[in-house]
Each structure stands twice: as C-alpha cells, then as structure tokens.
Design a protein around this ligand. Sequence first.
Ligand SMILES: Nc1nc2c(ncn2[C@@H]2O[C@H](COP(=O)(O)OP(=O)(O)OP(=O)(O)O)[C@@H](O)[C@H]2O)c(=O)[nH]1
Length: 284
Amino acid sequence: MAIESLMERRGTFDYILLETTGLADPGNIAPLFWVDDGLGSSIYLDGIVTLVDAKNILRLLDEPAPEETTHAGHEDHSGPALTMAHLQISHADVIILNKSDLVPPEELEQVRQRVTSINGAAKIHVTDHSRTPQIEGVVLDLHAYDHLSSLDFREKGHAHIDPKISTIAITHPAISAEKIPQVDAWLRSVLWENVLPPSPSTGESDDAPPHPTDFEIHRLKGILALDDGSFKVIQAVREVFEIRDSENRRDAPDHCKIVLIGRGLGASITPWERSFRSFLEQAG
Ligand SMILES: Nc1nc2c(ncn2[C@@H]2O[C@H](COP(=O)(O)OP(=O)(O)OP(=O)(O)O)[C@@H](O)[C@H]2O)c(=O)[nH]1
C-alpha cells in the first residue's frame, strides 16, 4: 500500500489524515488501518471524524440524490434509502457539526438531535468555518480505540428519530472472566454473521418486541465489568473487533455496557439484552 511505503521513511510523519471523498463509506476504509499490535505496524487507527454540514444534512438524509444513497451490501427495501451521510455519521468517533452560523438555533438543535439519534456515542463539536478550539484531542490524537470515556456511554433517552440507523445500549451485571469467550462468540455472531442469537424467552408472548433478523452493525463499543473488579474494553468497526484490557479504570461502571450503532436494530433493546444474557448463561 502507498501509505506503507511512505511510512518506511520513519519519523517523517506525525499523523496521517486521510480525507475520503464525500461519497466514501468509512466502514470500508477504517478496518484497513486497524492493524494487530502484534504485527508491529507503526500505523494505528486514531479515530474517525465526520464533518457534517448543518445547513444541508437534513436534506441529505431525507431526500438524497441517487449518487448519495448506498449501494452493494446495504440494500434496504423498507422506506427511504440509506444514504452515505447515514454511514458517515454512524461510523464516526467525532462529529464536527459545521456551518452552525447558517442555521437558526432551533434548526441546529433539530440537526443535533437527528445526528445523535443515528450515533449516540460520537462526540459532537459545533463549529463555524470548521474552527475547533484545538486540534489535539478534537480532530487528531483522539486515541478513540485505546480508551472509552463516559461520554461513549451517555444515556440514550431520546426516541428513535431516524428509523434507518440508530444507537442502542445493552446493560448487564458484572461477569466472571470465564464468560469472555462467550462474549467473543456472541460478538462474532452479531458482527460477522449478522445473527442475533435467539433467547429462550423470545416469542413467548405476543407483545414481545420483534427479534431483529435483518441488521448490520457499524460500530460497537463496550465495557465488560468483571466480578474481580477489573474491566475489559470492546471496540468494533464493522466486522473487525477487539476485546482488550482497560487502561482507564476511573470512569468504568460497575456493570457491563455495550453500545451498538447500526441499521435495523429495531426500536427495543429488549431482544438484544435477552439474547446477550441468555447466551452468557449457556454453559461454556
Ligand atoms: N457561513 C459559513 N460558510 C462556510 C462555513 N464553512 C465553509 N463555508 C463556506 O462554504 C463554501 C463551500 O465550502 P465547503 O462546504 O467547505 O466546501 P467543500 O467541503 O470544500 O466542498 P466539498 O468537498 O465538495 O463538499 C466556501 O465558500 C466556504 O468558505 C461555515 O461554517 N459557515
């Protein structure tokens, strides 16, 4: 890859900022940079930043031109098309909500709510002329995959404003370390096979929320609280995921929490929580 030959000139670059075109799906690109520590690459994925045009985003999400909609792998025949703007928002670690001066405060709030309903875990910075208070920690040096902040897990109290892509959060009591292989197997099922393992209670009652069958997870972040007081962190971009020891114990909750962002997750977290719980209860 061209970037790797550039990196052979070690010490030449502090950062590589890869600007994709406005019509690129970050989920196809980001995993390429997520290299195993063991492979000794000097490149690591720092974070995905999405610049949102506050003046145009609602139109882009609701009335996309044909070239602004997604193609292979994202077919969805229910209702309006899934757009590249949805994908670029759903994959982001940081969202710069720009051109804030061009919309009235009420519309800016509407835009913010819509963006949050798609990706409830990203950090949002409202700007004009893309002027951020600083670069480090806002756009660069995010270390978005090394640690999770409490912000990643803020409560998702709002309704599902955007029916296409949403954020849901599963909670579960602390688990024993022996259950980690089961968490890994559950993640492989939902991220690799797009299958939510059924739970015995699913379908028992007529008013049970539907079990999602046609979904696709773009981002997943989690904290696994272990009953010995330690923590593990889960990070995923599309099908690439990692469970690693937490470097930061300060903000960690005393229970497990997994935030999922994706298409077709459904309106209720109940099937997700039930599936996760019953999968972990199974003998290893
Ligand atoms: N009022 C205002 N104008 C802005 C802001 N940001 C950019 N512009 C102006 O908008 C015009 C178009 O700029 P952008 O929307 O950034 O265009 P671009 O991103 O280079 O174009 P694409 O990559 O094709 O999307 C330029 O004249 C900018 O000066 C902003 O926050 N407020």
